[in-house]
Design a protein around this ligand. Structure first.
Ligand SMILES: [Zn+2]
Length: 425
């Protein structure tokens, strides 16, 4: 029997310029007197966490700041953050200020401050034991300082397990932040390369949840079997649609004219909307592919990111196989793919007269060219001989691939990766 029920959950939201100045009020409403702020050294250097901490202190809330988040958290970095938090506790609430890494670290810290055992007990099976937290967590307030990740809306904490060289996650409804505070002023200093990558992440969150396998196509679940990611559904669709409309007008100006406050505000809104959608529906092939594309990097150094570390930023990694992934998913629901293309490219043009399969890939490739993203996997250091190991890495992301609108085989992924080596001439 097919599924006939979907569930929707999201954090409360405080949005807008100045929203970060009002966190004391939310903590007051929660009755929190002693708060742990989790951030990373890069975000700490901007002074934002200290300013929030000062404001909390002015309102009688004790704030302890830990720069314990590692960019791309690992089992080791999370264990260290948990130990540091344990030594300075107890706390009444956790506040994450930063990108996805800080928010994910705060989720893990919150889990381990409130529940027994080891981190690996809660990591997704088969890598960990996949246990569900038995006790409620502390209130978690997430304050994103980069637009895109959506970590403020989701139930997942992504981490690298170092000994196994694998990226995996902890996912449970209880990890979802209680409140998301999105203040576009915190992203005002984001350079163009970061806005471009982060924006492609937003776009893929929206398009992947929009084209995800519909919730009605799964086998019927019992209430206790229901998972946070339930497939495309009418509520998630609404957020994805609206996010794509905002991206269509704000994305190019936000990258090319960083001083355009309206465009930046709309990108922050698009990121939030996309997060409220994919945090419920899920994402699929481009995100699964992004894990090995980011994880197997050799010496690519993207513009506007710290030069000392080779990396393919998450949003860039997601975008590189997106045009070909959506060409491959097209047959699952042609109308939806064309509707997505229309939302992102409302002016239309000659591409609409050709093969309908080419329309959405064409919209994405044009956007990537305009925004200065790399021309395919080749431009970030991969060639034909890497396809097998990229496929192997992506096939490990079964939680994501389960949301694909078509059943994914290694041969399908090999075709997508190969065609993504070069995206335009
Ligand atoms: Zn993403």
């Amino acid at each position: 029997m097919n599924e006939s029920v979907f569930t929707y959950a999201a954090p409360r939201l405080r949005f807008g310029a100045g929203a970060a100045d009002e966190i004391w009020y939310d903590l007051d409403q929660l009755g929190a007197r002693r708060v742990l702020i989790v951030t990373d050294p890069g975000v700490l250097a901007t002074g934002a966490p200290q300013r929030v901490a000062e404001q909390l202190r002015a309102h009688g809330v004790t704030a302890v700041v830990h720069d314990s988040a590692h960019v791309e958290p690992t089992d080791a970095s999370l264990a260290e953050a948990v130990a540091r938090a344990g030594a300075d506790g107890p706390f009444d609430a956790v506040l994450a200020i930063g990108g996805g890494s800080s928010i994910d670290t705060a989720k893990a810290v919150n889990l381990m401050l409130t529940n027994p055992g080891e981190l690996m007990d809660y990591v997704n099976a088969p890598i960990g034991a996949g246990a569900a937290p038995r006790h409620p967590l502390l209130p978690l307030i997430a304050v994103p300082t980069t637009t895109g990740t959506g970590a403020e809306s989701t139930t997942i904490c992504v981490l690298d397990v170092l000994a196994l060289k694998v990226k995996t996650g902890i996912s449970h409804e209880r990890l979802r932040p209680t409140l998301a505070v999105v203040d576009p002023r915190l992203t005002a200093s984001q350079p163009p390369g970061v806005t471009a990558s982060a924006g492609m992440d937003i776009l893929c969150h929206a398009l992947e949840s929009w084209t995800a396998r519909p919730y009605t196509s799964y086998a019927r679940k019992t209430p206790e079997q229901r998972v946070p990611y339930c497939g495309a559904n009418p509520v998630a669709d609404m957020w994805a649609e609206r996010a794509m409309t905002l991206l269509a007008r704000a994305f190019r100006p936000a990258v090319h004219h960083g001083e355009d406050e309206t465009a930046r505000g709309e990108m922050a809104l698009a990121a939030t909307f996309a997060g409220l959608g994919f945090g419920n529906a899920g994402v699929h092939v481009p995100h699964a592919n992004a894990y090995p594309v980011a994880g197997q990097v050799r010496d690519f150094r993207p513009r506007d990111y710290p030069a000392e570390e080779a990396m393919v930023p998450h949003g860039m990694a997601v975008s590189l196989t997106a045009p070909e992934a959506f060409r491959w998913t097209f047959d699952a629901d042609p109308e939806r793919h064309l509707a997505g293309a229309r939302l992102l490219d409302p002016r239309g043009g000659p591409r609409w007269d050709g093969d309908p399969r080419d329309v959405l890939p064409g919209v994405l490739v044009d956007l990537m060219r305009d925004l200065g993203l790399p021309n395919g996997l080749h431009a970030v250091g991969y060639d034909e001989s890497d396809v097998d190991s990229l496929v192997e890495g992506a096939m490990k992301q079964q939680r994501l691939l389960a949301t694909s609108p078509r059943t994914v085989t290694p041969e399908d992924l090999a075709q997508i990766f190969t065609r993504s080596l070069r995206l335009w001439d």
